[in-house]
Design a protein around this ligand. Structure first.
Ligand SMILES: Nc1nc2c(c(=O)[nH]1)N[C@H]1C(S)=C(S)[C@@H](COP(=O)(O)OP(=O)(O)OC[C@H]3O[C@@H](n4cnc5c(=O)[nH]c(N)nc54)[C@H](O)[C@@H]3O)O[C@H]1N2
Ligand SMILES: Nc1nc2c(c(=O)[nH]1)N[C@H]1C(S)=C(S)[C@@H](COP(=O)(O)OP(=O)(O)OC[C@H]3O[C@@H](n4cnc5c(=O)[nH]c(N)nc54)[C@H](O)[C@@H]3O)O[C@H]1N2
Ligand code: SF4
Ligand SMILES: [Mo]
Length: 705
């Protein structure tokens, strides 16, 4: 087999010029420049590009360190083959590609559903498109990615209420709102540059309501902080709607003309009086009433949300409840209004748009829709495509345990650290017959791989990415990848081509986007040429002439069949695990502003490591006193699934009975992988736990409740 050298790096031509890039961390999608001076790369602010997400080119603490990981000595530089678990030898690309192609083909021949593929929200649209194409052409829809652990419930919840799963507005609307509810979202720390739109609104006099069990940095800016118990979001949303409906503060015209299900909603929220809701959530009834009136009378309202709302065994219903709250106030499709689920990863919106999901082709076209299936068969020139929905991330590890999945292809994800109940994930990975990891570092997950494929980092590559506002931007390459590392798209094309799948003959990354233009209606007009010229990017939907535009989305219609919003009447249900004598606390997990996920990149930055160096388990002073725990004491957290040792932070940031720990350093040994039945998102925000001071006596009477 011969690999064609399709990858031409043009960095030398760009020496001395400002190379426009997109930040490789979060979904805000900030722009910056890199200037190449000799062998040195300099990060410069993109102060001169108008209308970018980060006005004046400002970046957050992580954004300022995006060059740090590129030259780290631990970067993967050669394809590796395991000689035993965790021990590898270098092999050539020819051998690596050949082995991967043969093994995938072999397993697929037996039964394609024995294969599972994970795409990556950390890399471009083009390789993600190719990964799902590879999986589907091999005959399986077992393809998913971290959106499952993130906004899966936003997608299912919003599809069921509004007919489409994305943010309904842009950042501008946040700036223009009169009231912003920030729900389960530590906006100031997890989308720091985007948070300036909230601050601008606040400067104009907008009211800020924060719904979070912790007193976060975001909550410092709140006019009203609803500090509820983890996992009680539906009760709170119902309480707010109860007050709004009782006081006649909802938008009657909007409800009548644009929604269905209002009568049912009235019936269900009837019993959620502020007093009843106080009992469930721990939020004072008066505050619930004040928040409801403030929001409904603001005239222009936005709700932003993130993991506090979505990562729940009731995530789908949580999202429906919050979307319904927004809809009864008529805050959709108008300036200064909207539903703003803040996407997490730099390209999680794009990976979803590209169909890296087990039930849809690119552009959310259902695999069960015969017409779409026929279209893709012709388009990809293949005889068979499966119409059977595939497995999701967590389901896949259970299928591996049962021996149903034999081959696993992981591109740019680190499930050993990021999946809930990670001890189970490790057990499962050991059962695989064949595992491929395509990453820029030898991650905890890669330790279990048979073949490791070294990828070029995002900044050593070019392609398109889609941020949280559905803004598609082109990012250029700033340097050559180290050693033999290759762009993700190149690796997948080589594998596809070597398997013998005819339509994997791409010479340039642009060719892949042109193919995407032809099969993804929302991206019809988003061509490489236009993206390279328009550095501020293009928002989808941007149809081309083959996919004509429709009535203005949200302003005139929803994407549901009857074009109306379907209000959801949902009852409060407790989290999957409630505290008991053995596990008397509720454990929740969160992020630090200066660290990112499984630390593969941010952990390599000396400046970030200095300030955000370790996990601290937050515990309320009264709970700590009962257990004899002092600040910085070593503590052991214990749940039904595992144990985790870190230092304690005694703080009033958390309510009594709640423990909060960042998950970057491996706290997923503790979390619960019970799934929301609709969205299949695991409950990483609320489980029962206990905490012990290490070295101290365990006093039985010191347990709470
Ligand atoms: N610095 C940094 N920024 C990031 C990331 C990162 O790792 N580091 N990751 C990116 C990604 S992929 C994502 S998805 C976003 C996530 O962004 P966020 O969702 O803002 O991040 P988290 O800190 O996980 O959770 C948000 C808040 O939910 C609260 N919470 C916990 N339990 C509950 C609950 O039951 N109900 C409610 N309402 N709130 C609860 C937590 O206290 C926390 O403050 O951040 C993105 N940005
Ligand atoms: N307890 C708990 N668990 C959580 C969460 C939580 O709030 N609490 N949040 C969940 C959420 S919202 C998310 S999004 C997930 C994130 O879960 P993951 O996506 O698994 O986490 P990352 O660390 O972002 O992993 C990305 C991997 O891609 C690699 N990578 C980076 N750039 C490239 C590239 O260009 N090409 C390739 N091939 N690889 C690359 C990185 O080295 C890293 O190994 O975690 C989830 N897990
Ligand atoms: S806010 Fe997000 S996209 Fe912007 S610099 Fe920070 S991490 Fe990067
Ligand atoms: Mo995420």
């Amino acid at each position: 087999m011969h690999i064609v050298k399709t990858y031409v790096h043009e960095v030398s031509a760009l020496k001395g010029e400002l190379i426009p890039i997109v930040c490789p961390y979060c979904g805000v999608g900030c722009r910056a420049y890199v200037k190449v001076r000799g062998n040195q790369l300099n990060l410069e602010y993109a102060t001169d590009i108008e209308n970018i997400p980060n006005e004046k080119g400002k970046l957050c603490p992580k954004g300022n360190t995006i060059l740090d990981h590129l030259s780290d000595p631990e970067r993967l530089k050669k394809p590796l083959k395991a000689v035993e678990e965790g021990k590898f030898k270098e092999i050539s690309w020819n051998k690596a590609v050949k082995e991967v192609a043969e093994r995938l083909k072999e397993i697929a021949k037996d039964d394609p559903n024995q294969l599972m593929f994970l795409g990556s929200a950390r890399t471009f649209n083009e390789p993600n498109y190719l990964l799902q194409k590879l999986a589907r052409m091999l005959g399986t829809n077992n393809v998913d990615h971290c959106a499952r652990l993130c906004h899966a419930s936003t997608i299912t919840g919003l599809v069921s209420t509004f007919g489409a799963g994305a943010m309904t507005n842009t950042y501008k609307d946040i700036e223009q709102a009169n009231c912003i509810i920030i729900w389960g979202h530590n906006y100031a720390e997890t989308h720091p540059v985007g948070f300036k739109y909230v601050l601008k609104a606040k400067e104009r006099g907008a009211k800020i309501i924060v719904v979070d069990p912790r007193l976060t940095r975001t909550a410092w800016f709140a006019d009203i902080h609803l500090q509820h118990y983890p996992g009680t979001d539906i009760a709170l949303a119902n309480g707010l709607m109860h007050v709004i409906i009782k006081k006649g503060l909802y938008d009657k015209k909007f409800v009548m003309e644009r929604t269905t299900g209002f009568n049912e909603l009235v019936k269900v929220v009837e019993k959620y009086t502020p007093q009843y809701v106080e009992k469930i959530t721990g939020v004072p009834a008066m505050l619930i009433e004040e928040a409801a009136i403030t929001f409904a009378t603001a005239g222009k309202g936005v709700i932003t949300w993130a993991m506090g709302l979505t990562q729940s065994v009731h995530g789908h219903d949580n999202v429906r409840a919050v979307a319904t709250l927004l809809a009864i106030c008529g805050y959709i499709g108008r300036e200064g209004c909207g539903a703003s689920p803040m996407r997490g990863q730099n390209n999680v919106q794009g990976a979803c748009d590209m169909g890296v999901l087990p039930d849809v082709f690119p552009g959310y076209q259902k695999i069960t829709d015969l017409e779409k299936l026929e279209f893709f068969k012709k388009f990809w020139k293949v005889d068979y495509l499966s119409d059977e929905p595939g497995l999701t991330v967590i389901e896949a590890s259970y299928a591996i345990s049962k021996g149903k999945i034999k081959g696993y292809y992981v591109m740019g994800e680190n499930p050993v650290i990021s999946d809930a109940n990670s001890n189970h994930v490790i057990k499962a990975l050991r059962k695989l017959e064949f595992m491929v990891v395509q990453d820029i570092f030898l991650t905890e997950t890669a330790q279990f791989a048979d073949i490791i494929l070294p990828a070029a980092a995002m900044l050593e590559n070019e392609g398109s990415l889609t941020n949280t506002e559905r803004r598609v931007q082109w990012s250029f390459a700033v340097k050559k990848p180290p050693g033999d590392a290759k762009p993700d798209w190149w690796i997948i094309s080589e594998i596809g081509r070597t398997i013998g799948l005819g339509s994997f003959n791409y010479l340039k990354v642009e060719d892949i986007l042109r193919e995407i233009n032809q099969c993804t209606p929302q991206y019809g007009g988003i061509t490489p040429e236009r993206l390279k010229e328009k550095l501020a990017g293009i928002h989808w939907p941007c149809p081309n002439e083959n996919h004509p535009g429709t009535k203005i989305l949200y302003r005139e219609r929803f994407l549901t069949q009857d074009e109306k919003a379907h209000l959801a009447a949902v009852e409060h249900k407790p989290p999957a695990e409630l505290p008991n004598d053995e596990y008397p606390f509720i454990l929740t997990t969160h992020r630090y502003v200066g660290q990112y996920h499984t630390l593969t990149m941010s952990g390599k930055s000396p400046s970030l490591a200095k300030r955000w160096s370790e996990p601290l388990a937050e515990i309320h002073p009264e709970d700590a006193a009962k257990l004899g725990i002092k600040n910085k004491d070593l503590v052991k957290l214990v749940t039904r699934r595992g144990e985790y040792i870190c230092k304690a932070l005694v703080t009033r940031r958390v309510k009594k009975g709640v423990i909060a720990v960042p998950w970057h350093w491996g706290a997923n040994v503790l979390t619960n992988d019970t799934l929301d039945p609709i969205s299949k998102i695991p409950d990483t925000k609320a489980c029962a736990c206990n905490i012990f001071k290490i070295g101290g006596e365990i006093n039985e009477e010191s347990t709470l409740h």
